[in-house]
Design a protein around this ligand. Structure first.
Ligand SMILES: [Cu+2]
Length: 139
């Protein structure tokens, strides 16, 4: 008999349960609950990672809309920069070519502080989002 089942055979196990043809299909929804967590939890507590090591914070960089706002900032040697994550997802501040040790994962509402002692141009990106880029120019 020609049917929508084609030449496929029902397994004897299924045939034993029902003699009716089986319709429909199975599907899986990739539902990542973590992504919805901001809907169910209040704003997480601000945490500060890294250390200014006694230096003044000379510049603030917001991480917002999966971007570093103010992608190039200029400071003097011995000053510190603070990055603050205003997104509901995690970011990092990772220096290209390991010029400086980078940040750990910065959670939503977390910030990272780093002091720059040597003049130079420090380009960086976000490890989970490599298209997020910025630079710190130390004079
Ligand atoms: Cu990121």
């Amino acid at each position: 008999m020609n049917s929508i089942e084609g030449s496929s055979r029902r397994s004897p196990l299924v045939a034993g349960i029902t003699s009716k043809p089986l319709y429909g299909f199975e599907f899986t929804i990739p539902l990542h609950l973590k992504r919805f967590s901001p809907w169910f939890h209040k704003t997480p507590k601000p945490i500060v990672l890294g250390s200014a090591a006694g230096a003044a914070i000379a510049a603030d960089v917001r991480m917002s809309n999966v971007k570093f706002m103010g992608d190039t900032i200029t400071i003097a040697a011995g000053q510190a920069v603070r990055w603050t994550n205003a997104d509901p997802i995690e970011h990092t501040v990772t220096f290209d070519g390991a010029a400086e040790p980078g940040s750990p994962v910065i959670p939503p509402n977390g910030s990272y502080v780093h002091r720059f002692d040597k003049p130079g141009t420090y380009t960086y990106h976000c490890t989970p989002h490599p298209f997020m880029k910025g630079a710190v120019v130390v004079r």
